[in-house]
Design a protein around this ligand. Structure first.
Ligand SMILES: Cc1ncc(COP(=O)(O)O)c(C=O)c1O
Length: 433
């Protein structure tokens, strides 16, 4: 079968989606797939929720697009009001994707320092391993294999050592590791802070270090360094935000309030391409009382149709206690993944926070070892064949898959997920034994 559609792996056959419901996706041959990774960690509330479909339908019959330069719209105003109240920020700026949210966060940080008379602060610090998006600015912050695509067009910002205890410090206690990470971070702050606008970090590592949770005290320590050196803190909550890890924002686990927060994925939960940046009072006030203008924006940002979808998603999250349900279903999921680690020699780690979980694979299991990332891809192919979707996470140095189903998954569906994953792991082990 040939296709004019360009996909990531050219020539690879992909099934055609027919419909989706709850945690299940069904292709046009009738095959069912359990969505064990919410697409790319997107679908928080599951697929085809009737309240969201109804809201989209109603809005589509009234107005789908009215440019934000000319009109505001009610659902967008309501999301901004409610989310800022929930997070303690002062305002929300809407965009269409996580990458755009990261770019906007960078631009707001740069504008903030221009407005307060420190225009020399133009650099950013991020983790040496991390993923912030597929645009030039976001790739410049990303220690990820994808960055190669843009070669020397990306900026070489200094990088902080990424928390990754499993590989980086297996013999240290959490406290020792945290102290080490912060000590190294301080050295970089001392050297570079005077020219640095912001630190941008994923609260829990996602597409690169696969659900790696930093040691307790790390985020608090980074917040303290930012305050000491006058640097803004940006939390990239594109993957972790909107409840994925068990709290609305993952930074809440450590009691940290970031100056700027990037939202994506779960905000639209697969119903609409919508993302946003939340600004703290200090940042917004500097801009409001300074130039009073934002030189930026994207044509489709915050249009009435995506806003209606995102507001309905927020209503479902709140009214149906989705975050608490995710916390509850994450318990058997995390236990089950640890049991799979104990049962399968190919699994060397199981970790995560809330409904953002992962298993890491032993890349040296096959002899000769496969090229980096291929073992995770092989496992994902084996689970897909059995009707389970998982998300390979590849930083260029590890083989892991993210297991991050919708927060609305039931305990029975968690059991099904674990059974399918168990069988796929046995198949891959037998293949390379
Ligand atoms: C932490 C993080 N930031 C930003 C992005 C980019 O989001 P998008 O793919 O919607 O542009 C991603 C996507 O995986 C992400 O995980």
């Amino acid at each position: 079968m040939t296709s004019a559609l360009i996909s990531n792996v050219l020539g690879r056959y992909l099934p055609t989606i027919d419909y989706a419901e709850g945690v299940w996706l069904v292709d046009t041959t009738g095959k069912r797939y359990l969505d064990g990774c919410s697409g790319a960690v997107v679908s928080l509330i599951g697929h085809s929720h009737p309240r969201v479909i109804e809201a989209i339908t109603q809005q589509a019959q009234r107005a789908t697009f009215a440019h934000r330069g000319s009109f505001t719209n009610e659902p967008l105003e309501e999301i901004a009001e409610r989310l800022t109240t929930m997070t303690g920020h002062a305002g929300l700026w809407f965009v269409n994707s996580g990458s755009e949210a990261v770019e906007a966060a960078m631009q707001f940080a740069l504008q903030y320092f221009r407005e307060i008379g420190e225009p020399q602060r133009t650099w950013f610090l991020s983790h040496a391993a991390g993923y912030h998006g597929n645009t030039l600015g976001a790739l410049s912050l990303s220690g990820h294999a994808r960055r190669d695509v843009v070669g020397n067009l990306s900026h070489d910002f200094p990088a902080l050592r990424a928390p990754y205890a499993f590989r980086d410090a297996p013999d240290l206690t959490d406290e020792e590791y945290c102290a080490l990470l912060l000590k190294e971070a301080r050295i970089i702050f001392e050297k570079r802070a005077h020219e640095t606008a912001a630190v941008i970090l994923e609260p829990v590592g996602g597409a690169t270090v696969a659900a790696t949770v930093p040691p307790d005290g790390y985020w608090q320590g980074i917040r303290a360094l930012c305050d000491e050196f006058g640097v803004l803190l940006i939390a990239d909550e594109v993957m972790t935000g909107m409840g994925r890890t068990g709290t609305l924002l993952a930074t809440e686990h450590w009691g940290v309030h970031a100056d700027i927060v990037a939202f994506g994925k779960g905000l639209g939960s697969g119903y609409a391409a919508i993302a946003a940046v939340a600004l703290d009072e200090r940042v917004l006030t500097a801009i409001t009382q300074g130039s009073g203008r934002i030189k930026g924006g994207h044509t489709y940002s915050g249009n009435p149709l995506v806003a209606a979808a995102a507001l309905a998603v927020l209503n479902v999250i709140v009214d149906e206690d989705v975050i608490a349900r995710g916390r509850d279903a994450a318990v058997p999921l995390a236990e089950g993944l640890r049991a799979l680690q104990a049962a399968h020699p190919i699994v060397v780690d199981a970790r995560g926070l809330g409904m953002l979980q992962a298993i890491e694979l032993d890349a040296s299991f096959p002899t000769p070892p496969l090229a980096q990332g291929m073992l995770a891809s092989r496992l994902a192919a084996a689970t897909t064949a059995r009707g389970l979707l998982v998300y390979p996470a590849t930083g260029g140095f590890n083989d892991a898959v993210l297991v991050a189903p919708p927060l609305t998954i039931t305990h029975d569906e968690v059991s099904t997920l674990l059974e399918l994953l168990d069988a796929a792991l046995s198949e891959v082990e037998a293949e390379f034994a």
